[in-house]
Design a protein around this ligand. Structure first.
Ligand code: AMP
Length: 235
């Protein structure tokens, strides 16, 4: 099974991608995380895209498509995957269809989920975000803090980082780019009749339940096949 998560910056795509990954035992592929790793390792690609990312603008479609094409062919994607942050433009979506057709392994149905949130809320959501420096788990100082103050729930690290592009100027650019590029992409999927809207203003676990419900309604077999993971998603 494949998931494509759509939504404005700060809508909660990363958080829900983690929930879906735990529930169905498939990897979360966050293009933002992949790019940030390139930047912090100082690779040639990282150096090329650092300023673009920090400003809140998009990295070019060519770079993104080749990156995702490579990643989807890795072994851990054989049973399925969650795309968090890709596609973000119509050309990326068109290329993704071709990539899916050409993938060597069968990964089943694709669930395209839009997390809908009030725009007024986004700035608040973005300004409190932080993540573990070691394992990348995302937190928020209002909505989703670590269980023990200052210690990552997942890996126990005590080091956290704030994103450069969550600063005010970059956030403004990200919202502009979202309106210009991602809203037409949402329309594109809507017209195809393949978009599932989920209310992203609910509690984190309620949003996840709504997403799992989409899978259940669309394809009970997918839901049952991965049943063993059920308990894990709610802890
Ligand atoms: P995210 O962590 O998903 O908010 O992504 C952070 C930044 O990475 C974005 O603001 C873009 O600069 C870049 N980025 C991530 N995914 C894409 C994409 N599919 N297309 C273009 N740029 C992207």
């Amino acid at each position: 099974m494949r998931f494509i998560l759509l939504g404005a910056p700060g809508a909660g795509k990363g958080t829900q991608a983690e929930k879906i990954a735990a529930r169905f035992n498939i990897p979360k592929l966050s293009t933002g995380d992949i790019l940030r790793a390139e930047v912090s390792s100082g690779t040639e690609l990282g150096n090329k895209i650092e300023a673009i990312m920090n400003s809140g603008a998009f990295v070019s479609d060519d770079i993104m498509i080749s990156l995702i094409n490579k990643r989807l062919r890795e072994k851990d994607c054989a049973k399925g995957f969650i795309l968090d942050g890709f596609p973000r433009t119509i050309p990326q979506a068109e290329e993704l269809d071709k990539i899916f057709d050409a993938l060597p392994q069968t990964t089943g149905k694709t669930y395209i989920i839009l997390l809908e949130v009030d725009e007024d809320d986004l700035i608040k959501r973005l300004s409190g975000r932080y993540s573990c420096k070691i394992c990348g788990t995302g937190y928020h100082n209002k909505y989703k803090n670590t269980k023990v103050k200052g210690i990552c729930d997942k890996c126990g690290s005590e080091e956290f980082v704030y994103r450069e592009d969550d600063k005010e100027e970059a956030v403004k650019t990200r919202l502009l780019v979202y309106r210009e590029k991602v809203i037409p992409l949402i329309e594109y999927y809507k017209k195809k009749g393949v978009l599932h809207k989920v209310n992203g203003m609910q509690k984190i676990d309620d949003i996840s339940r709504n997403i799992f419900e989409v899978v259940k309604v669309e394809n009970n077999q997918d839901f049952d096949e991965y049943k063993d993971q059920k308990e894990k998603a709610y802890v």
